[in-house]
Design a protein around this ligand. Structure first.
Ligand SMILES: [Zn+2]
Length: 157
């Protein structure tokens, strides 16, 4: 496997990872997941965010913060939370003023694989001029319209 086919594979994998993560993040807008870490702390995923909730009072097993979260926030607040880190505390649905929730957006998770895919795509475009796009055979020294000497197929633009 030469550099060209290796880069094409890297691009396909990075793209698949990016799309899977993006699908997962979109899913958090419809499907909320949360767990108790301790009596005072919950960690949840929802609305494109990772939420960390801290309560000064011990929360019971029947506490449904997602319902409270959805009912007291507007869609605009969810979108803001999905874009950049946000914070809410006190009042509202919280029992104590010192209770708070921090929301971290999930989209930065896409960055590593998206950057790899972007860079691989750039490399593929460069290598496509140097190697056969079908079999990966080196086209060094050949004219741009010469068929591949290995597989006989015409070069693609
Ligand atoms: Zn070829």
């Amino acid at each position: 496997m030469n550099a060209f086919t290796r880069t094409k594979r890297r691009f396909r994998i990075a793209l698949a990872v990016t799309m899977s993560l993006a699908a997962g993040i979109v899913t958090t807008w419809f499907c909320f997941v949360w767990v108790y870490c301790s009596a005072h702390t919950q960690v949840g995923v929802g609305c494109g965010t990772l939420a960390i909730l801290r309560y000064s009072s011990a929360v019971g097993g029947s506490y449904t913060w997602i319902v409270g979260w959805k009912s007291k926030q507007t869609p605009l607040v969810w979108i803001a939370g999905a874009c950049f880190p946000t914070w809410e505390s006190g009042g509202g649905g919280y029992a104590f003023p010192s209770d708070f929730t921090v929301f971290f957006p999930l989209w930065p998770l896409l960055l590593p694989s998206a950057i790899i895919a972007f860079r691989a795509h750039r490399t593929i475009r460069r290598l496509a001029r140097e190697f056969c796009n079908h079999c990966g055979y080196s086209r060094a020294g050949l004219a741009a319209d010469t068929p591949c000497p290995e597989c006989g197929r015409a070069p693609t633009a």
